[in-house]
Design a protein around this ligand. Structure first.
Ligand code: NAI
Length: 339
């Protein structure tokens, strides 16, 4: 089978992870082209990854008729336009979350995706490809927990990245902590329960990083929500975990409960020394979700080759964004928001 030729836009924090995965771990694809506004990133792609077609502009890259697909890892504000342009060019699309920052734009993108049923569109909710989450999903779908009554979701970035986030937030819109971070947990709650959100109430603070108030960002955001089937879901997103990258999910059912990532363990090692009994922790998202990032791109490429539709659709992107925006609105208005 011929390899799928991918053009990738964005070679930043996550872009370099995806690019290196395509080159080294996705055997049915070729990283044919890249686009970035940063010369050093293009030099990295050419010299380290052997990419032959390096562009400073996305439009020029998708003008290359050899491409089959794009992988979009640019800042969130560009996604909606870049997805639309790629579909119009007849390309398959993998896009990082979120689809966009404005609901109106996302709805237009979903309409555009629907107009191209022969093209694969997959959104980057990589946790659905993580071994532990897949194991838990199977248990839930088998009925091992009975009916789900509540979920608790923590997503806290390491303090080691806080300064660089503050710089990022000064220059670029993340969409706010709920859209930037809680969106993964919102997707997980929809995925595990199969239900939609009914109401949300959020709180937030910048006790750990007062500078973030200047750019209208939050260091800690929390939300209590109710789903249409009655499930209660509690979310906490933060940017100041001193011990590493803390992603934890708890699912409570009538017949049992599951915890994923109870402590963000790096591996199976336990260290016994003068500090006591220490479990090393994972330091950042590329480490914790290393295999999930590889699995999601292999799934995308296999879907193209097998002419199958992806299971993470534009509607998943739209629904999760609607909830994240409602969470932000609730924080700002201090009101319960009904969806
Ligand atoms: P970044 O700021 O580190 O990198 C952005 C990249 O886009 C840079 O290579 C920059 O040169 C390029 N770029 C910016 N404007 C451009 C333009 N007009 N044309 C072409 N290239 C352009 O950003 P980061 O952290 O890598 O995030 C990128 C996306 O990935 C965001 O949408 C973010 O939400 C998502 N993300 C998803 C994660 C996940 O867990 N699935 C984790 C981290 C980020």
């Amino acid at each position: 089978m011929t390899k799928i030729k991918i053009g990738q836009v964005g070679l930043g924090r996550l872009g370099q992870v995806h690019a290196s995965n395509i080159v080294n771990h996705v055997k049915n694809a070729e990283l044919y082209a890249v686009a970035s506004v940063v010369d050093a990133e293009l030099a990295y792609a050419k010299d380290q990854l052997g990419v032959q077609h390096c562009y400073k502009s996305y439009n020029e890259m998708i003008g290359n008729d050899e491409l089959d697909a794009v992988v979009i890892v640019s800042p969130s504000g560009f996604h909606a336009v870049q997805i639309t342009q790629a579909l119009e060019k007849g390309l398959h699309v993998f896009s990082e979350k979120p689809i966009g920052l404005e609901l109106e734009h996302i709805k237009q993108v979903v309409t555009e995706i629907d107009k191209h049923p022969d093209k694969v569109f997959q959104l980057g909710f990589m946790r659905r490809f993580d071994e532990s989450y897949l194991y838990a999903k199977e248990a839930v779908d088998n009925g091992d927990l009975g009916k789900i009554t509540a979920m608790r979701c923590y997503g806290i970035d390491p303090s080691a990245g806080l300064d660089s986030f503050i710089q990022f937030a000064k220059n670029s819109a993340s969409g706010g902590i709920f859209l930037d971070m809680s969106i993964h947990d919102i997707d997980l709650v929809r995925w595990f329960t199969g239900s939609e959100f009914k109401s949300v109430y959020s709180l937030g603070n910048n006790i750990a990083a007062p500078e973030l108030s200047d750019c209208e960002e939050l260091e800690t955001g929390a939300c209590l929500s109710e789903l249409e089937d009655g499930t209660i879901a509690y979310f906490l997103a933060g940017r100041n975990a001193q011990h590493g990258y803390h992603v934890e999910t708890e699912i409570i059912g009538t017949e049992g409960m599951i915890r994923i990532g109870n402590a963000p363990e790096k591996n199976l090692v336990t260290l016994y020394d003068k500090n006591g009994v220490v479990r090393p922790t994972s330091g950042h998202f590329p480490e914790r979700f290393k295999f999930a990032f590889v699995n999601e791109l292999n799934t995308f490429v296999n879907s193209i080759q097998n002419k199958e539709q992806s299971t993470i659709t534009g509607v998943d992107g739209l629904k999760s964004t609607e909830v994240a925006i409602a969470m932000q609105e609730s924080f700002e208005s201090k009101q319960i928001i009904k969806l």
